[in-house]
Ligand binder design. Structure first.
Ligand code: GN1
Ligand code: MG
Length: 362
């Protein structure tokens, strides 16, 4: 194994670890923060992250939310089932839940042992667990007052705001027009009227603000390595007040796309109804009591909207020169946008079937 980067070791060891670091390696494939797994001589592992402060302008608030969540979870153990909320590890000397060094913001949390994540779902049983994981999480935070959580990312999942930003970027973008970008522009233009569906329901008091995860895509749900049951939701930076629909939509758009959100150009993209049925069974089995009838009414709108919204966010970032989502190659965000727009088309084409699934589980 390659020797661990000494700078990273020094950063990790600034936190109150139970023993010296034995290995550090990149973990996962997040689009925003940099994430590493840290192993220590004690046998315990941790997650070290450099927060992207261009995205999270007030990372201290992110940490404050994480601590509110951990404290809440400790008072609310899920009887009889394994469920973990990552713990925040403090700086050895300052006692702060972060390390600020050279303009960078680092934090360390506990690692969920004996668990795996998937980038795309392969079976309804996995989909059921992903849905159940989100449902347990919503259940857990349903009695956490939203006003105890700061808004760490204003505008996050507010689709009309993304649309307004897109309109601006479109005017100033230096990118050469191409056929695929033209297709995306037409796709967005035909769906502008969609953008307000959840925000209008919120403004009219039909949907209520409450704590949400914000990013419950498939690979943020940890499944027990032995049994496959969901045991944790990780990536808690976007836990903040919102609509549960952002989460439900995000989970469905991610879990019911068997090709995955990084599918290569040209791969067929479809929204899988069997996986949708399984995700919603798992989700509602755990969270139905936290939802109103009006919440259920908006599930179809949510999955359609969040797929569209993520496509819009990727496409806007492509036009802006890839400044938000980390890219592996030129055009990567355009490819990602196309995947989400194709998924949106598939969701639209199956609207009745999706609504029927929801009604069957109401
Ligand atoms: C970003 O960094 P990551 O991969 O956890 C993004 C999500 C998107 C996701 C798409 C704060 O999450 O909203 O759904 O990429 N997070 C933020 O993969 O913008
Ligand atoms: Mg995330």
């Amino acid at each position: 194994m390659a020797a661990a980067d000494p700078e990273l070791v020094a950063i990790a060891e600034a936190f109150a670890l139970p023993g010296p670091v034995t290995a550090i390696a990149p973990l996962g494939n997040g689009n925003v923060n940099d994430t590493y797994r840290v192993d220590t001589a004690s046998g315990e592992s941790f997650v070290l992250q450099r927060l992207n402060t261009a995205v999270f302008a007030e990372p201290e608030l992110v940490m404050a939310n994480l601590q509110v969540l951990s404290a809440h979870a400790q008072q609310r153990p899920l009887a009889g089932q394994r469920w973990e909320v990552p713990r925040v590890i403090h700086h050895r000397h300052s006692g702060q839940p972060w390390l600020k060094a050279g303009g960078e913001f680092w934090r360390l949390t506990s690692f969920v042992n004996d668990a795996v994540t998937l980038d795309a779902i392969a079976s309804p049983a996995q989909a059921m667990q992903v849905g159940r994981g989100l449902g347990l999480f919503h259940n857990l935070i349903s009695d956490l007052p939203a006003d105890q959580l700061a808004d760490t990312l204003p505008g996050f999942h507010i689709t009309p705001t993304y649309l307004a930003a897109y309109d601006q970027i479109l005017q100033s973008s230096q990118l050469q027009p191409c056929e695929r970008a033209g297709w995306c522009k037409a796709f967005i233009a035909a769906r502008r009227g969609l953008a307000t569906v959840l925000e209008t329901a919120k403004a009219e008091g039909r949907l209520l603000l409450r704590p949400i995860h914000g990013d419950p895509k498939v690979n943020n749900v940890m499944l027990c390595a032995q049994t496959g049951v969901a045991v944790s939701l990780v990536d808690l930076d976007t836990v903040k007040p919102g609509l549960v629909h952002y989460d439900i939509g995000d989970c469905l758009r991610s879990a019911c796309n068997p090709a995955g959100e990084e599918a290569p150009p040209g791969d067929p993209i479809h929204f899988d109804l069997d996986l949708c049925q399984a995700v919603l069974e798992g989700y509602l089995g755990a969270a139905r009591a936290c939802l109103s009838e009006v919440d259920i009414d908006h599930i179809f709108a949510a999955v359609r909207l969040i797929s569209f919204e993520l496509g819009l966010r990727f496409f806007s970032d492509h036009l802006a020169g890839d400044i938000y989502f980390r890219c592996q190659r030129p055009g990567h965000n355009l490819e990602r946008a196309l995947v989400q727009f194709k998924l949106t088309e598939s969701i639209e084409a199956q609207e009745q079937a999706i609504r029927t699934i929801v009604e069957g589980l109401r």
